[in-house]
Design a protein around this ligand. Structure first.
Ligand SMILES: [Zn+2]
Length: 236
């Protein structure tokens, strides 16, 4: 059984894929029954090949992570929400999972590549490990403070849980912007245009500038992509 850690569900460790192996297929084996989706499936498979090659090369170039071989999976559950996320299996192999509705929400290969490049960047940048470390350290600090003020065991545990949540939330938006930056580079190296790809931002709800929002405001993300693309010689 494969156990996965969901990056975008903080503190949730789940065997999300292992119990239902029929639900997830490798991108190259995805063959939708609906004929109108077959062109989309071919585009997605081509994007997967090219982004995996670019992301793996970038991972080997800038990290010493033992596993830079990305797998791309499609979640066949029609009721799964529009989502893409990066996970690790129990041997630390990175997987990027797209729900079918996420693939269909993309207007073209550039948008698919942009989302995939962003998710791959989370792995190259070690965000799952860094998020877990932030949660642990913050939980310890909050727990110690509670203990010092004479809290009982239950209150200390509650303080630790709150601390873990704060530890995650404090950095989650920085991680998103880091992934946008490196994701722009990976998208470009895969042969796609990140400036076309980022049009996707315009169609997703903007979380605005709330403190506990798990994603940065879309305008900030667009700015990061534009700055990174300009360094690559790309202009709108
Ligand atoms: Zn992300």
């Amino acid at each position: 059984m494969r156990c996965f850690v969901l990056l975008l569900a903080p503190l949730l460790t789940a065997c999300a894929l292992g119990s239902d192996s029929q639900r997830f297929v490798p991108a190259e084996e995805w063959s939708p029954a609906n004929p109108s989706l077959q062109d989309t499936a071919r585009t997605f498979q081509e994007v997967s090949r090219r982004v995996v090659a670019a992301a793996s090369a970038e991972c080997r170039r800038q990290t010493n992570r033992p596993n830079c071989t990305f797998g791309i999976l499609v979640d066949l559950d029609r009721n799964a929400p529009t989502n893409a996320f990066q996970t690790l299996d129990d041997s630390d192999q990175p997987f990027i999972i797209f729900t079918q509705s996420m693939i269909l929400a993309a207007d073209n290969g550039d948008e698919m590549a942009f989302v995939m490049g962003h998710e791959a960047a989370h792995h190259v940048l070690g965000h799952i490990d860094r998020q877990a470390k932030n949660a642990r350290e913050s939980a310890r600090i909050f727990g110690d403070l509670a203990r010092d003020t004479g809290a009982n065991a239950e209150e200390i545990e509650q303080a630790q849980q709150l601390g873990a949540e704060v530890g995650v939330q404090t950095y989650v938006r920085d991680f998103e912007l880091e992934a946008d930056r490196l994701g722009t580079v990976i998208t470009y190296q895969a042969g796609y245009n990140p400036l076309v790809g980022m049009e996707f931002f315009k169609r997703i709800p903007d979380p605005g500038d709330r403190f506990l929002a798990s994603h940065p405001p879309n305008a900030r993300r667009v700015q990061v992509v534009l700055e990174t693309a300009a360094k690559l010689g790309l202009t709108q």
